[in-house]
Design a protein around this ligand. Structure first.
Ligand code: ZN
Length: 243
């Protein structure tokens, strides 16, 4: 089975469409959360994600904030403003959909969580943070999002150190049978690893290979829509630099 991996779409329909064109040969899709927040097309992104074949989708912190299940006082001013704006755009049916998303799931032979396994909304940005996720893993593979940074971590044995490899320019990883992995396919709608191209992944469960691909999309169109919607300038500008 070939799985398309998407995360942190954040209401960017142009980035989502570009990524889905790249993933057109995938049999089924795993979405690691934050379909909405920041971007100008939250409803259209929810609709597009929902129709993906075999979709397994978990909730991110922005999805939960929009349905009032995550405390926005922990968000910066721009993110909070975008959450309130997003709430005003969504029908009650779309709100119900976000509200229905689970915090974690199992699919393929992997665990799925937005942030990290001990706490769904923790960030994995260091090998130390990866180790606490490894400790909570039941199997040998976990897919995460949340940081908008394409990368992977691996660990040889449960008590051992973890190593990290960036995938900001894309790249393929052959999963070794004797290692454990945490893979972040990067952010679709708001990459933060210095590469403004949308990020996505492909997991082939038969050949045990993960590939991250970076896809150039029409950033200016998204920025124009955000200006029209009067979303914060800081959020508009960062799309062009991928930070
Ligand atoms: Zn996010």
């Amino acid at each position: 089975m070939v799985y398309g991996l998407i995360s942190d779409i954040h209401g960017s329909l142009e980035a989502l469409e570009a990524v889905l064109a790249e993933l057109k040969d995938c049999d089924t899709f795993l979405c690691l959360g934050d379909v909405v927040g920041y971007g100008p097309d939250p409803e259209a992104c929810i609709d597009r994600v929902r129709e993906l074949p075999g979709l397994v989708c978990i909730a991110g912190n922005h999805d939960l904030a929009v349905v009032n299940r995550f405390d926005v006082t922990s968000f910066n001013d721009y993110a909070r403003e975008a959450v309130f704006w997003t709430q005003r755009q969504l029908s009650s049916e779309h709100i119900s959909y976000l509200d229905s998303l689970p915090l974690r799931a199992r699919a393929a032979d992997a665990e799925l969580v937005h942030g990290s396994l001990p706490n769904e909304m923790d960030y994995i940005t260091t090998t130390w943070e990866a180790i606490s996720c490894f400790e909570a893993m039941a199997g040998s593979l976990c897919f995460v999002g949340h940081t908008h940074v394409a990368e992977y971590y691996w660990q040889r044995d449960r008590s051992g150190v973890a190593e990290q490899q960036a995938l900001s320019s894309g790249g393929a990883v052959s999963l070794a049978d004797d290692l454990r992995y945490i893979v972040n396919p990067g952010g679709v709608g708001q990459p933060r690893d210095g590469n403004p191209a949308a990020s996505c992944g492909i997991y082939d469960s038969e050949s045990r290979a993960v590939e991250v691909r970076r896809v150039v999309y029409d950033v200016e169109s998204v920025q124009a829509k955000m200006r029209e919607a009067k979303l914060p300038e800081y959020l508009i500008k960062r799309l062009a630099v991928g930070r």
